[in-house]
Design a protein around this ligand. Structure first.
Ligand code: R1P
Ligand code: URA
Length: 290
C-alpha cells in the first residue's frame, strides 16, 4: 500500500520531513542524544564524518569509528520527539520513499541513547552511568499504536500501579525491555542497571515542586520504594520507554545509557555534568566499536 503525501512527508530534495536526511545518510547503528550540542561531542570521536544535517532540534552526523559506520542524531526532549525521530528513521530504512511501499527486505537498526538522568535510589551516585534494563513509560505514547501490548509486561505494570496507587486520570504505565544483545555489549562493572522511568515532563511529572505542587506530592518516594522480585526503579528521564517500545514494535534493538546528573533522593546535582556526559560517551563508544 502506498502512502499519501500527507502521511509520509518528504522535503523538496527527497529527504524525510523532520530528520532532513535521505536513506543513504543513515547507518545501521544509531546513537540518539537529547541535546543537539551533544551530537558534536559524540562525532568528534569519529575517524571521519561523511554527512551532516540539521532541522529544528534534530542534528545528524554520520561517519566512521573503528571501522564501524555510525549515525548520531539529537531527538530533543520528550517521547513526542522520539515518536517523530524513530518513525522517520524506520521509514528511511524500511519504506521505499518513492513508492511509499514497505520494503520486502527488513533492515534492522540498533539504537543507543546516550542521555542524562536523575537517580531515584540513594545508592546510585551522581556522575555514575545507569543502563535501563527496562523502560517504564509514564508518558502514554505506546498506547497510540495497535498491538503495543505485545511488547509490554502486564504483570509488572499491575504490580506498579497497585504499589504507587496510580491515578486512573493518567495513561496506564507500560513496561518495555532493552535489547539483551546491546545490554550485554555495553554493561560492565562500571555501570548500574535498573528500570528507567520515563516521565512526560521534567518538573511535576518528576515530582519537582517549584510554584506548582506535583500530584501526587510523594511520587518519587512511591517510585523509589517499588521492588518487583528485586527489580527496582533506578532513574528518571524523558525518552527511554518510547525508544524501547517503538524499537521493539518495529523489530529493532535499543538500549538507553544515562549519565546520572542528579540524585533526587539526596537532593544533589553534578558539579560537572558535561564531564560526566563526556565520560559516558567515551565509555559507550569504546564498548560499541571495539
Ligand atoms: C531534561 O533535562 C532532558 O535531559 C534528559 C531527559 O531525558 C530530557 O530529555 O535527557 P537528554 O540529556 O538526553 O536530553
Ligand atoms: N533529566 C531528567 O529528565 N531528569 C533529571 O532529574 C535529570 C536529567
Amino acid at each position: 500500500m502506498s502512502k499519501a503525501a500527507s502521511e509520509l512527508v518528504l522535503n523538496a530534495d527527497g529527504s524525510i520531513y523532520h530528520c532532513n536526511i535521505k536513506p543513504e545518510h543513515l547507518a545501521d547503528t544509531i546513537i540518539t542524544v537529547g541535546d543537539p550540542n551533544r551530537v558534536e561531542k559524540v562525532s568528534r570521536h569519529f575517524d571521519s564524518i561523511e554527512h551532516k544535517a540539521s532541522k529544528r532540534e534534530i542534528v545528524t552526523h554520520t561517519g566512521m569509528l573503528n571501522g564501524q559506520r555510525l549515525t548520531v542524531i539529537s531527538t530533543g526532549m520528550g517521547t513526542d520527539n522520539i515518536d517523530i525521530v524513530f518513525s522517520e528513521l524506520d521509514a528511511l530504512a524500511n519504506i521505499n520513499l518513492e513508492t511509499g511501499q514497505i520494503k520486502e527486505d527488513f533492515r534492522k537498526l540498533s539504537f543507543i541513547r546516550l542521555g542524562t538522568s536523575g537517580a531515584l535510589q540513594g545508592d546510585i551516585p551522581v556522575d555514575s552511568i545507569v543502563i535501563g534494563s527496562h523502560g517504564l513509560g509514564l508518558d502514554g505514547l505506546l498506547h497510540y499504536y495497535v498491538g503495543s501490548e505485545a511488547v509490554m509486561n502486564k504483570e509488572v505494570e499491575d504490580a506498579f500501579i497497585k504499589h504507587v496507587d496510580w491515578s486512573p486520570n493518567k495513561s496506564r504505565p507500560y513496561l518495555v525491555e532493552a535489547s539483551t544483545s546491546l545490554l550485554n555489549k555495553l554493561a560492565s562493572e562500571q555501570t548500574i542497571q535498573g528500570i528507567t522511568a520515563t516521565a512526560c515532563g521534567f518538573y511535576g511529572p518528576q515530582g519537582r515542586h517549584l510554584r506548582l505542587q506535583p500530584n501526587p506530592a510523594d511520587i518519587n518516594e512511591r517510585l523509589t520504594s517499588f521492588n518487583h522480585n528485586g527489580l527496582r526503579i533506578s532513574n528518571f528521564e524523558m525518552e527511554t520507554s518510547a525508544i524501547y517500545g517503538l524499537a521493539a514494535m518495529m523489530g529493532h534493538d535499543a538500549l538507553s545509557v544515562n549519565a546520572i546528573v542528579a540524585n533526587r533522593i539526596l537532593g544533589e546535582f553534578s558539579t560537572d555534568s558535561y564531564k560526566t556526559v563526556d565520560a559516558m560517551i567515551e565509555y559507550s563508544l569504546e564498548k560499541l566499536t571495539k
